[in-house]
Design a protein around this ligand. Structure first.
Ligand code: SF4
Length: 465
C-alpha cells in the first residue's frame, strides 16, 4: 500500500469533517447501504414516514433519474432543512451547483425545503480540546441563491443524461478539464504530442499559450529569439542539446559558506479536524526533522527527530532541533517550507523565540540557486528536489524506499502511526520508513550542494558556461 494519492487524502478530510458535522447533530440516524443504493432509497422512504422531528445522515432520494445522498437532512416542527458539509475552507461556486442538484431532487421527491445551509471549515477556529468542535464550521445560509439555481437543474440533468446515453462527445480539452478539479481523463483526451512540450517553460504563462497557438508543440522547435528570460533560454538550450547546464556561479556562492554545514528537512501533518488543543484546521504541524551535518573534510553526521507518541509533537520538535543545530553554520534547505514552519513555531513558542530566530537567520535556500544556475533536460521544467535529484545522484532514487516516498505519503504514514486504531500489520514498518525517507531528503541536499560546488563527479553530464 502506498499513500501518495492526494484524492484519497481529500477524501479522508471529507470523512473527518463529516463525522464532526454528525456529532453536532446528536440523535441523527445514518442511512447506510450495502451493494445497491435501492436499499438506501427504501430506508429513507421508510424513515421519513415516521412522525415528529428527525435527523438523517446520507438520506437518499431519486427524482428525474438523478440520485442524491445528502449529508444532513432534518425535519423540525414539520419543516425540512438541508445541510451540505464541505471540508474546504471557503465557499466555492461549484458547491452551490452541487447543493442545487440535491435540493432539486429532494423537493422533487416531495420534501419542500425550508432552509438550505452549506457548512465549510473555518480555518481560524482554534480547537479548545475536549472534543468541542462547535466552532469548526462557517454556516452559510444559501436558501435564497438556491431558488434560481434549482430552476436550472432540469437542463443540467438533461444534458448529462444525453451525454451519457450517446457516443463519446467530441469536445476539445479546455478550461473545463481543470476547473473545478483536474479531470482524471486528461491523458486520454490530450495525449502528449511532444517529448518536451512548450508547456514545460517555467512560469511561461501567456508565452506558452502564444507558442501553442502558433503551432509549436516541442520546445526544441521554438526559435531562440522567441525566448527572453535567462531561465527560459537555459531550459531551451539544455533541452535542445540534450545536456545539463550548470553555471559556475552556483559553486562560487556555495564556496563562500563556512563549515559545519547543516542540511535540514521537515515533515509536517495537517488535520482538517484539529486533534491537539491550540491548533487550527489545516495548520501545518511539524512532527519530524532530519539533519545531515557536514564538516570541512566532508564527513557526515546524521541527527533526527520523529515523534510517534500521538501527543502534540511541536514543542519537542522545536527543542530537539535547537539542540541539534548548534550556534553557527549555514543551514541548507530546499524551498521556503522550513522557513515557514520555523516562523510559525516561533510564534507558537515565544519562549523559544530567540533560538528559533537565530536558526532562521542561518537558513540558506538551495532551491533558488538551482533555479538560477542549473538545468537538466530530464527535469522537464521542474526544480523540485524529486526532479533534480535523479539528474545528479540517481543512486538516491526515492523509488527504492519503503512505503513513504513523498511528503503526502509521509503525512499519511504519520497519521496511521498515531491513529487510535492502527492496522498493526503494516504500521509496524512505518516509523522506519519515515526515518528512511527524511534521511534520504537531507542526504539529497548534501549531494545537490556537492554537485553544484563541483565536489561530486558522478551524476548527469553537464555543460558549464
Ligand atoms: S479531460 Fe475530462 S473534462 Fe477535459 S475533455 Fe476530456 S473528459 Fe472532458
Amino acid at each position: 500500500m502506498h499513500f501518495s494519492d492526494r484524492a484519497e487524502q481529500s477524501f479522508a478530510a471529507g470523512h473527518e469533517v463529516g463525522a464532526v458535522a454528525r456529532q453536532l447533530h446528536p440523535g441523527g440516524e445514518l442511512i447506510g447501504f450495502e451493494g445497491e443504493l435501492s436499499s438506501a432509497l427504501a430506508e429513507t422512504g421508510h424513515m421519513i414516514e415516521r412522525p415528529g422531528d428527525l435527523t438523517l445522515f446520507e438520506a437518499t432520494f431519486q427524482h428525474g433519474r438523478v440520485l442524491v445522498r445528502s449529508d444532513v437532512l432534518s425535519r423540525r416542527g414539520g419543516g425540512w432543512h438541508l445541510v451540505e458539509v464541505k471540508s474546504a475552507t471557503e465557499l466555492k461556486a461549484h458547491y452551490l451547483n452541487d447543493v442545487a442538484i440535491q435540493a432539486w431532487v429532494i423537493e422533487g421527491a416531495g420534501l419542500p425545503l425550508k432552509t438550505i445551509q452549506l457548512w465549510h471549515v473555518d480555518n481560524s477556529f482554534v480547537y479548545p480540546g475536549g472534543d468541542d468542535y462547535r466552532g469548526l464550521f462557517v454556516r452559510e445560509d444559501v436558501t435564497e441563491p438556491m431558488m434560481e439555481l434549482m430552476r436550472q437543474v432540469p437542463a443540467w440533468a438533461a444534458r448529462c443524461q444525453k451525454a451519457l446515453s450517446g457516443d463519446e462527445p467530441e469536445i476539445a480539452v479546455g478550461k473545463q478539464c481543470h476547473d473545478p478539479h483536474d479531470c482524471p481523463f486528461l491523458e486520454y483526451c490530450e495525449p502528449a504530442e511532444a517529448e518536451y512540450p512548450v508547456s514545460i517553460l517555467p512560469y511561461g504563462g501567456a508565452l506558452i499559450g502564444r507558442l501553442q497557438m502558433e503551432g509549436y508543440k516541442d520546445l526544441r522547435d521554438v526559435p531562440q529569439d522567441r525566448l527572453r528570460s535567462e531561465r527560459h533560454l537555459r531550459v531551451w538550450r539544455a533541452t535542445k542539446r540534450g545536456l545539463a547546464e550548470l553555471d559556475d556561479e552556483a559553486a562560487r556562492e556555495l564556496a563562500a559558506l563556512p563549515y559545519p554545514r547543516y542540511y535540514l528537512d521537515f515533515e509536517t501533518v495537517q488535520f482538517a479536524v484539529p486533534v491537539w488543543p491550540g491548533t487550527r484546521p489545516y495548520e501545518q504541524l511539524p512532527f519530524q526533522w532530519s539533519c545531515h551535518i557536514e564538516d570541512k573534510e566532508g564527513r557526515l553526521e546524521h541527527r533526527e527527530f520523529l515523534d510517534t507518541t500521538g501527543e502534540a509533537p511541536m514543542r519537542r520538535f522545536a527543542e530537539t532541533l535547537i539542540d541539534a543545530l548548534g550556534e553557527a553554520g549555514p543551514i541548507m534547505v530546499y524551498t521556503s517550507y522550513e522557513r515557514t514552519v520555523l516562523t510559525r513555531l516561533k510564534k507558537r513558542f515565544p519562549d523559544l523565540g530567540k533560538q528559533l530566530a537565530a536558526i532562521l537567520s542561518r537558513l540558506f535556500d538551495l532551491y533558488p540557486l538551482a533555479q538560477d544556475y542549473y538545468y537538466h533536460p530530464d527535469m522537464r521544467g521542474s526544480w523540485s528536489i524529486k526532479s533534480v535529484l535523479p539528474t545528479i545522484a540517481p543512486e538516491l532514487d526515492y523509488g527504492n524506499l519503503g512505503e513513504v516516498r513523498d511528503g503526502s505519503s509521509a503525512q499519511e504514514a504519520y497519521r496511521a502511526i498515531i491513529s487510535p486504531n492502527p492496522h498493526r500489520g503494516w504500521t509496524a514498518s512505518l516509523p522506519a520508513d519515515l526515518r528512511a525517507y527524511c534521511y534520504r531528503d537531507t542526504l539529497a541536499l548534501v549531494e545537490v550542494a556537492r554537485f553544484f560546488e563541483g565536489r561530486r563527479h558522478t551524476g548527469g553530464s553537464t555543460h558549464g558556461r
